[in-house]
Write a protein that binds this ligand. Structure first.
Ligand SMILES: C[S@@+](CC[C@H](N)C(=O)[O-])C[C@H]1O[C@@H](n2cnc3c(N)ncnc32)[C@H](O)[C@@H]1O
Length: 307
């Protein structure tokens, strides 16, 4: 872990020293010990902690990635034991992300704000967006230091100059929007695709989930999109949903599975595009693209636009 990454910033070099200082200062202010936590005490880490499971690395494990540690693997296995379709959920979620980004880029959106990025892999937002629109710009925001480290490696490669990475917390949307690095990369006066893909279920109502999303929606120009997916108890027996939630609450970030009407409310007055808010694997997929067992994927996905 480099010092820069631990401080919480990896950039394409476009941002000046002021931006790094501001972010480092915020990182220092938020620095807390991160332990096996009671859900109500959970705080995101600001430095790499391999002893405590983290959602980004558990998700990496579900996807078959190698960027995870023993504690992440143990927690991920416990979560899979409670809800065996988790790896399928992760894969279909990544597929949704790709289809939704391609859709937004196809409609002319050139700026992507991907909050809760996860460890970038093949099919990352930058890759998909740039396939459709080579001039697309992407800002990644995640609270896990390992995401920043990986994104920095990505920035050194062929995606350099197109991607900015911020280590920041979704629970502080104003500081994300005010970040000098974001402002340099994204013009909020032009349409942006705001991506909250499989991240909002880590934000509790009491942490202001509704206000967080409305702050972000309000900051966007007409023509902007909200790309959202969210875990839900709606498609599995209640005991299974409860068991999965318990594993996360014990091991990692608190998990809040929400029912359909609550997930829909996050779109506010944005207009959902076809096929609407649907069971995650169904969004934009043809019948022959649906993997076996897709019915077990207990999550919603939708894309909506601001008029
Ligand atoms: C399940 S992964 C989803 C990754 C990616 N969006 C995708 O759909 O493939 C959730 C990501 O959200 C991040 N995350 C969780 N809580 C967060 C918070 N409060 N602020 C920023 N990122 C957060 C985790 O670190 C993790 O990388």
């Amino acid at each position: 872990m480099t010092e820069d990454a631990a401080r919480g910033i990896a950039r394409d070099g476009a941002a000046g020293d002021g931006a790094s200082d501001a972010t480092a200062e915020r990182g220092a202010a938020q620095r807390v010990a991160w332990q096996w936590a009671r859900a109500e005490d959970w705080q995101p880490p600001t430095e790499l902690d391999t002893e405590t499971p983290h959602p980004a690395r558990m998700y990496d494990y579900y996807l078959g990635g190698k960027d995870n540690f023993e504690a992440d693997r143990r927690a991920a296995e416990a979560a899979i034991a409670a809800y065996p379709a988790l790896p399928l959920l992760a894969r279909t979620n990544r597929a949704f992300l790709g289809r939704a980004v391609a859709h937004a880029a196809g409609l002319g959106i050139r700026q992507f704000l991907d909050i809760g990025t996860g460890i970038p892999a093949v099919g990352s937002t930058t890759e998909v967006a740039r396939r459709v629109a080579p001039d697309a710009r992407v800002v990644y925001v995640d609270n896990d230091p390992i995401v920043a480290t990986h994104a920095r490696a990505l920035l050194a490669g062929h995606l350099a100059g197109h991607t900015t990475v911020l280590q920041a917390d979704l629970r502080h949307p104003a500081s994300i929007l005010d970040d000098p690095g974001l402002k340099q990369a994204i013009d909020l006066g032009e349409p942006v695709a705001l991506m909250l893909v499989a991240v909002l279920h880590f934000i509790r109502d009491e942490d202001g989930a509704d206000e967080i999303v409305s702050t972000l929606r309000d900051a966007l120009a007409p023509g902007s999109a909200l790309i959202l997916s969210h875990g839900s108890p709606d498609f599995v027996p209640r005991e299974m949903a409860d068991a999965g939630t318990k594993v996360y609450n014990r091991a990692s970030a608190p998990l809040v599975l929400r029912e359909r009407s609550r997930v829909e409310s996050f779109f506010g007055d944005f207009r959902l595009t076809e096929p609407g808010l649907v069971q995650l694997p169904l969004w934009g997929a043809s019948e022959d693209e649906l993997p076996e067992g897709w019915q077990q994927v207990s999550a919603y996905a939708g894309v909506a636009f601001k008029s």
